[in-house]
Design a binder for this molecule. Structure first.
Ligand code: AMP
Length: 283
């Protein structure tokens, strides 16, 4: 079957192809991913095509953003299906480098971001955001895209990338895209396929607790007590809590007491079995 998209594995060819697209006067959107694509990823590509003339999607499972005891080796890799899916939504270029293309022998440079990357997922995944920021920085510099699109699903990641792009004067505009969910509310994630059937049935509780907590906060309930209630319910249903917090939407500082600062963001991370689920909503 004719795919109609270009599959590129080196930085040099990526640059050449993007330069050609731009020479013809076109704008370019970049969508970085780790593959195992689902409708959430494809929604970013579709948004990219609304915002720019062409879309480049990168697929790279970045070893530097996985901790020692994390799922790097087990992370799902479904490249052939990913390419078909990207073709079906009219992606122009798929960038699928090998690890030694991104980190050749002698590689030494890391990007490290301050406070905004230290709490929440940064606290439970040491080194994760430095690894993520390093690869995203490299992709942004390689692609020179007009816009780059990231899901609000990884809300802290989105803010860390915005901070980095601003701090490093990277001219690509960073855009956040809404979270795509299954019908039962579970945020789509490549890691959902790790869930047992029983845990998959339980998993939508994360979103339900977010919505219930938001409603309680908007009704005037005190922040700490409301968050504690939500945590208790998740624990009682077999979740292992990592965090459940209300934060501001610029610096991600914790909000306490009464809800008097909006918009705010309610963020949660919890494990079901070995699967770590994260989710968030605006309050
Ligand atoms: P990943 O492949 O998990 O690194 O994700 C690649 C990009 O897709 C990131 O910007 C994610 O935030 C985004 N993404 C993942 N899941 C979703 C979802 N359910 N809805 C919207 N964007 C998502």
């Amino acid at each position: 079957m004719e795919l109609g998209l270009s599959i590129v594995s080196t930085a040099q060819v990526l640059r050449e192809e993007i330069t050609e697209l731009k020479k013809a006067g076109g704008t370019v959107a970049l969508v970085p991913t780790m593959g195992a694509l689902h409708e959430g990823h494809l929604s970013l590509v579709k948004l990219g095509l609304e915002l720019a003339d062409s879309v480049v999607c990168s697929i790279f499972v970045n070893p530097k953003q996985f901790g020692e005891n994390e799922d790097l080796d087990a992370y799902p890799r479904t490249l052939a299906a990913d390419i078909q899916a990207l073709s079906s939504v009219n992606t122009d270029i798929v960038f699928t480098p090998e690890t030694d293309e991104m980190y050749p022998e002698g590689y030494q440079t890391m990007v490290s971001i301050g406070d905004i990357s230290s709490g929440l997922c940064g606290a439970s995944r040491p080194g994760h955001f430095d690894g993520m920021a390093t690869i995203v920085c490299k992709l942004l510099l390689m692609a020179g895209a007009d816009v780059a699109i990231f899901g609000e699903k990884d809300y802290q990641q989105l803010l860390v990338i915005k901070r980095m792009a601003e701090d490093l004067h990277i001219p690509t505009k960073i855009i956040g895209a809404p979270i795509l969910r299954a019908d039962d509310g579970l945020a789509l994630s490549s890691r959902n396929q790790y869930l047992s059937a029983k845990d998959r049935d339980l998993a939508p509780l994360v979103y339900k607790i977010l919505v219930d907590t938001k409603d309680a906060l908007l009704d005037g309930s005190e922040i700490e007590a409301t968050l504690l209630n939500g945590q208790k319910t998740l624990k009682a249903n077999g979740f292992e809590m990592d965090y459940f917090e209300l934060r501001d939407t610029v610096f991600l500082q914790p909000l306490t007491g009464e809800l008097n600062q909006r918009p705010a963001r309610l963020l949660v991370a919890a494990k079901l079995g070995n699967t770590r689920l994260i989710d968030n909503i605006e309050v």
